[in-house]
Design a protein. Structure first.
Lengths: 172, 288
């Protein structure tokens, strides 16, 4: 047995041990995508969908789905769920979504069967990003809210320094 | 001399007190939150790129085995008499049975906000603030059995379905495989709804609250649950004549899983250890 009795299991990548390869579907992090969106670098095909969802409305929103399935905006159990597919047309991975609950980012991960799981409900997956977001709202404790953060990024990178920076949808 | 991990339902009052105190001390030292971060960092999903080690992968079992040993070592630096107890969720199946007692894990979250208000990890006691999490709540939350739409813990038949499979795992070594002990125990099912949450995954869901989230390690019952999962690996090995971890060698060139799973003799990040080296831990601990 070579199991050591060392300290807390941190520091992969600091000691030269191979860490997980950063999963970056589509060739960029979600953070880069959001940054690009904020900078106004909108792919032409996205602009109409985003325009429809840009402005917060007072009161509960009507259930609203973009006709081409690239966005949704609805109220579920008193929480506002919004989602926009952010992959540029022609991108290798068209499945990148930016989903928020009450304006705060809900990180989604993709399973090999194409289904989705969220940071709140992490041990089950759902057929669509909207279904995963509804399930996350269902699993959220009454009165609790997603962690607020400026810019979301994929949390599964194994880059510890980023975790300590608290930029993965995680209070760190 | 190997130490013994015991069924949480059989611990003496002194054993429970010493275990709880060691967990609280590891938390107080700031070591505990590193475990929460590590599990978050290594939970990679199989629909995305990169190496998977902790979940949706054959190394689910050795990864958590080593993760538990690290926590257990941290506890034993505080109190060398302490070992990880396990929660046998095939026997202790209600929100009032072990380990949900005031002298161990504390009870269910209250209905208004799912906040745990009893036991040593209740927020009001001041010893268990959640500092790493996916929501704003700084208190431990649980929703045992999911009150709004009740579900049961895995049945013995669910476990038997996993344990009787003679293959450790099968290609493509991910969450979509329908054969092999590893995924049947980890519990990624096909299909929708309740039937798709099996065994390990279903227990996370049954506990609810932070145990269902990516920061599940925040609930100390994480360790009791995974100690039982770890016991089940040993039980499966015995039943199948010492059957080995698979894959024995890395997927070949051209295989979509190449570089995405850890083979028997490859290093298992974040540690300098291989699954093969974690298959037999009888020199370290055994289960009572």
């Amino acid at each position: 047995m070579v199991v050591s009795t060392g300290g807390a299991p941190v520091g992969a990548g600091e000691d030269g041990a191979p860490g997980p390869v950063p999963p970056e579907p589509g060739g960029g992090t979600r953070r880069q995508v959001i940054r690009a969106l904020r900078a106004g670098v909108l792919a032409a095909g996205l602009a109409p969908a985003l325009a429809a969802f840009r402005f917060p409305r007072p009161g509960p929103p009507p259930t609203h789905h973009a006709p081409d399935g690239t966005a949704f905006d609805l109220s579920h159990r008193g929480h506002r769920i919004r989602g926009v597919r952010t992959a540029a047309p022609g991108a290798a991975d068209e499945g990148r979504w930016h989903v928020t609950v009450d304006g705060r980012p809900l990180h989604l991960m993709r399973r090999a069967d194409g289904s989705w799981l969220s940071m709140v409900d992490h041990y089950c997956s759902y057929p669509t990003p909207l279904a995963a977001a509804r399930a996350a709202v269902d699993a959220l404790a009454p009165g609790d809210r997603l962690r607020d953060e400026e810019a979301p990024a994929h949390h599964g990178t194994g880059r510890r320094h980023e975790h300590r920076g608290g930029r993965h949808g995680v209070r760190a | 001399m190997a130490y013994v991990r015991k069924d949480a339902a059989t611990l003496t009052a002194t054993e429970k007190r010493r275990f709880v105190n060691a967990v609280l001390e590891v938390k107080r030292r700031g070591e505990y939150d590193e475990f929460v971060r590590t599990h978050l960092a290594y939970y990679s999903s199989d629909g995305e790129r990169g190496l998977r080690t902790a979940h949706m992968a054959p190394s689910f079992l050795p990864w958590h085995r080593r993760f538990l040993l690290d926590l257990e070592n941290a506890l034993r630096r505080v109190d060398s008499s302490v070992t990880l107890p396990y929660w046998d969720w095939t026997r202790d199946r209600t929100s009032r049975s072990a380990p949900w007692t005031d002298d161990l894990m504390g009870g269910n979250g209250r209905s208004s906000d799912h906040r745990v208000t009893t036991g040593p990890f209740a927020h009001a006691a001041g010893n268990w603030p959640l500092t790493v999490g996916v929501t704003d709540a700084e208190y431990l939350t649980r929703d045992l059995g999911r009150r709004r739409a009740p579900i049961d813990l895995p049945a013995k038949s669910d476990l038997e379905w996993a344990l009787k499979d003679p293959a450790y795992d099968t290609a493509p070594w991910d969450s979509t495989v329908t054969r092999g002990f590893r995924n049947k125990l980890e519990g990624w099912g096909t299909g929708r709804g309740s039937a798709s949450w099996r065994n390990h995954n279903r227990v996370h869901r049954w506990v609810g609250g932070v145990m269902l989230s990516a920061a599940s390690v925040n609930d100390p019952v994480f360790w009791l649950h995974h100690a039982f999962v770890d016991l089940l690996w040993s039980r499966w090995q015995r039943r199948h004549g010492g059957a080995r971890y698979l894959p024995a060698s890395p997927p070949g060139s051209g295989d979509a899983q190449r570089g995405r799973v850890v083979a028997r003799h490859e290093t298992l990040p974040p540690w300098d250890v291989t699954p093969a080296e974690l298959e037999d831990v009888s020199g370290i601990y055994r289960y009572a």
